[in-house]
Write a protein that binds this ligand. Structure first.
Ligand SMILES: Nc1ncnc2c1ncn2[C@@H]1O[C@H](COP(=O)(O)OP(=O)(O)OP(=O)(O)O)[C@@H](O)[C@H]1O
Ligand SMILES: [Mg+2]
Length: 279
């Protein structure tokens, strides 16, 4: 289903830059997926859970200040999974560096293109009402591009200062890339400091090698979506303290749009989940 060699996946949708230079030249090396025989001895411990049961579990287990990492090739359902779980959180900021991610657009969140937050939103939050926000605007000109970069930086800073938020960092590789947003360091610092102020950070990205390691190292849970990239599987297994062969064996059996949720506790089973489509 996935090419084993060749160029890395490209980001769909409109380029965040007016000149179309949105495609970082990442190098990938895929030595090939292990065969059935090689994986035969490894029997992963997996529990398939209906989405409602997964949400009920997450509701009590996922404490504010605990981070998640969502990893998968483009179009496999990273944003769909995250939108599905963000309903559990009252105060959500989703960073949309691509400007108009369709799944985020379908989430129904309020889009803001500048900070500080407008008064009506601040009042709602002060009254304890939920607020789910997408942060991101157009980037067709150099001025818009610079404004978008400032906006992303300000949103990260706001979460650091205020606490209590769940920040969704969609497409972390675009935000971290120094040739693009160059925000890897502030997000890494946020991952480390956010626990204290009870903010959770969810990062989603296409490969662990493309983002600062803190993203997987600091994660309380990781979701991995179907992939043939064995280096990616090894890297995720290593950061979550799991056997890569077990993880590879489990991922090989994943149907489309199903993900494996890997809890940080190495004795807990991995959970097979299938979020609903965002519409
Ligand atoms: N669990 C699901 N059930 C049904 N359809 C899904 C599911 N997850 C994703 N899809 C479909 O795949 C498309 C891409 O999903 P999504 O935007 O969540 O992927 P992504 O991994 O975030 O992709 P990108 O790299 O483009 O951001 C969606 O528009 C939706 O049609
Ligand atoms: Mg996405």
């Amino acid at each position: 289903m996935y090419p084993q060699t060749g160029p890395p996946p490209t980001y769909p949708g409109r380029s965040p830059y007016p000149d179309g230079h949105a495609q970082p030249q990442y190098q990938t090396y895929d030595p090939g997926y292990p065969s059935e025989e090689e994986l035969e001895p490894y029997r992963p411990s997996i529990v398939g859970v209906p989405w409602s049961v997964f949400l009920a579990w997450l509701q009590q287990a996922w404490a504010p200040g605990q981070h998640l990492a969502i990893i998968g090739p483009t179009g496999e359902g990273k944003t769909t999974f995250v939108v599905g779980i963000l309903g559990l959180r009252q105060w959500v900021i989703a960073l949309d560096p691509k400007g108009e991610d369709e799944t985020l657009a379908a989430s129904g969140y309020i889009r803001i293109t500048s900070l500080p937050l407008p008064g009506n939103l601040r009042n709602r939050i002060a009254a304890g009402e939920p607020a789910r926000i997408v942060v991101g605007g157009p980037s067709r000109t150099d001025a818009e591009k610079a404004a978008l970069q400032r906006l992303m930086r300000d949103a990260i800073q706001m979460v650091r200062e205020q606490g209590g938020w769940t920040l969704y960092v969609d497409e972390f590789q675009i935000l971290a890339d120094v040739r693009m947003f160059g925000l890897g360091k502030p997000i890494e610092e946020l991952l480390i400091s956010a626990r204290r102020n009870r903010s959770s950070v969810i990062t989603s990205f296409q490969a662990p090698a493309w983002v600062p390691r803190a993203s997987t190292r600091q994660a309380w849970g990781t979701l991995i979506l179907p992939t043939r990239d064995i280096n990616m599987i090894k890297s995720v297994a290593e950061s979550m303290g799991r056997s890569w062969q077990e993880l590879a064996s489990a991922i090989k059996q994943l149907p489309q749009f199903h993900g494996l949720f890997i809890p940080k506790s190495i004795h807990a089973p991995m959970l097979l989940v299938n979020p609903p489509q965002v519409d």
